[in-house]
Write a protein that binds this ligand. Structure first.
Ligand code: ZN
Length: 547
């Protein structure tokens, strides 16, 4: 009795500063798991900025570090990448083969289907879609946590709906993402939580005013060099995020966007007391600004430098807030895919083979060309630009389709910017890959992105360093999505107070994250139920993985 009283008094005496120091056994199950995906955060970006981080990224880089994590599949886009992180499965199993695909059997006129939409809803189009988890074929960690204990809360906050949906799964307690003008939810009857309302008001007010340029940190001075982009009046490489009033695009491609996403996540943590309930909770965060900045300005100018240092700072603030509140959390940070700089800067700095695609490779153009040559009506070929999955127009008779397939594969293979082409039959005959992902052949990578129902009739692989944006005069100057390692490799960082850090330079996969977290929180997984394997975060004994 006396001991109990003493313990209670001691608990009362714990000040915020003392709470920060309170030791948590790293072998006990954490009460809160935080999963952060930084969109387009390549292993190359992590390596470039690792020595410059002083905040949250520095802390995570001192935990358990896998610098060679792989989004091992071929189609390194946002939706497939996010689908691997908390399902433990590659896209061949999650069903998320790309951000968009053609479903020529869809009941609506628009056959171009978005990965996280429900195209059956009247009025949903690939452009103005109804957000849904319909296409995700497997459960997520949060789904399994709630199945094991319905008291577990799963909250997803992200800059993109596809990040929030693919990581949040089929039945999150709360799911909020940027809808273009404000944070919104796809959950029926979701009442807007206070932190979301506050962020929406704050952003609306901020957007009514112009924003001054951000300061250029000393560490970014050496990157301050203008790079001309063909067709563009203004170069990239020297930007500092000044913007005019009501420029939502510029807001989204700036550190301000990530700050708002993290502020909402932190507010939701507080309001729902995540990590303080009877069961383990899951807080999922999708930071999207790095991707918009990479697309808009490339990966090696002042813009990305300012962003990386800002992200490090705001993540540090976020983790310190959790410390002050005495929450027992484990955190993992990774990315949905890597990325590559714009070819103009790459070509100027030691990579002369970097180039933009020939417009003739575009699926629409190729379809028109084949139609002329084979005297066929209709689009002939359907695809999303110059590479990846391509579909042959189902409106054509079977014999014409066979001719189009043969001719299209021949034409793509003959092009000097094309590495190879795989047909659906070749992919279907390829076993699912295993072993270290850097050893996989190209067809094995493409097989990991192959879904017999959704994939195209053939898959076009461009040569390395070929950026699939023929015309950069408007929109993106740089991108990702390729089969090559600059787009596949991402860091995977785990951190928990008291945990002994280590670095494993050998490759792992992002599908390993889910079984590793399941091991950490003691959630049993049926053998063989996921593609990934449990990584022992405690470098045992004791071990964080089941035997
Ligand atoms: Zn992405």
């Amino acid at each position: 009795m006396k001991l109990k009283l003493l313990a209670a008094l001691l608990a009362l005496a714990v000040t915020p500063a003392a709470a920060q120091q309170r030791s948590v056994s790293p072998t006990a199950r954490p009460k809160l798991v935080i999963v952060i995906s930084v969109d387009q955060f390549s292993a190359d970006l992590f390596a470039e900025y690792r020595g410059l981080y002083t905040g949250g990224m520095r802390r995570l880089a001192q935990g358990v570090v896998f610098p060679a994590g792989y989004q091992s599949h071929a189609a390194t886009e946002t939706c497939p990448g996010h689908s691997t992180i908390l399902t433990g499965d590659r896209p061949a199993r999650t069903g998320i083969i790309a951000n968009n695909w053609y479903d020529q059997g869809a009941a609506r006129a628009d056959k171009y289907v978005y990965c996280s939409e429900d195209e059956r809803v009247p009025g949903s189009t690939s452009e103005h879609y109804t957000v849904s988890d319909l296409h995700l074929r497997v459960p997520t960690l949060g789904d399994l946590m709630q199945r094991a204990d319905p008291r577990s809360r799963v909250v997803a906050v992200a800059g993109k709906d596809r990040a929030a949906v693919m990581m949040g799964g089929h039945n999150p307690t709360q799911r909020w993402y940027w809808g273009g003008r404000s944070f919104v939810s796809d959950r029926a009857g979701a009442r807007e939580p206070g932190p979301v309302t506050q962020a929406n008001n704050r952003i609306a007010t901020a957007l009514t005013r112009p924003r001054d340029a951000m300061a250029l940190p000393d560490a970014c001075q050496s990157r301050d060099r203008a790079i001309a982009v063909p067709g563009r009046a203004t170069p990239v490489g020297t930007g500092r995020f000044a913007r005019g009033e009501n420029d939502r695009g510029a807001f989204r491609a700036s550190p301000d966007f990530d700050r708002e996403i993290l502020t909402v996540a932190e507010g939701m943590r507080d309001e729902m007391r995540l990590g303080e309930g009877p069961a383990t909770d899951l807080l999922i965060i999708g930071l999207s600004a790095t991707d918009y900045i990479g697309h808009g300005f490339g990966t090696r100018g002042t813009e990305m430098c300012i962003q990386q240092l800002a992200m490090d700072r705001i993540l540090g603030d976020f983790l310190q807030d959790l410390d002050r509140e005495g929450v027992d959390y484990a955190v993992v940070l990774t990315a949905d895919h890597g990325g590559i700089d714009l070819p103009e800067r790459s070509a100027e700095t030691g990579a002369p083979t970097a180039a933009r695609t020939d417009p003739a490779l575009n699926a629409t153009r190729m379809g028109q060309e084949l139609g002329r040559r084979l005297r066929l009506q209709g689009p002939v070929l359907l695809g999303d630009g110059p590479f990846g999955d391509m579909w042959i127009d189902r409106g054509l008779p079977a014999r014409a389709r066979a001719r189009v397939l043969a001719e299209a594969v021949r034409a793509y293979r003959a092009h000097p910017q094309v590495q190879t082409v795989f047909t659906r039959a070749e992919l279907a005959a390829t076993p699912s890959p295993s072993g270290p992902p850097e050893t996989w052949s190209l067809i094995q990578r493409a097989r990991a992105s192959f879904d017999p129902e959704r994939s195209g009739d053939f898959y076009v692989v461009l040569k390395p360093r070929i950026t699939p944006i023929a015309d950069a005069s408007r929109g993106s100057v740089a991108t990702h999505g390729s089969i090559w390692d600059y787009d596949r490799r991402v860091p995977i960082l785990f951190w928990r107070r008291g945990m002994t850090g280590f670095e494993q330079p050998l490759s792992v996969e992002t599908v390993d994250i889910m079984p590793s977290l399941a091991g950490l929180i003691g959630l049993p997984l049926a053998p063989g139920s996921v593609d990934g394997r449990c990584l022992d975060l405690l470098a045992g004994p004791p071990t964080s993985c089941p035997n």
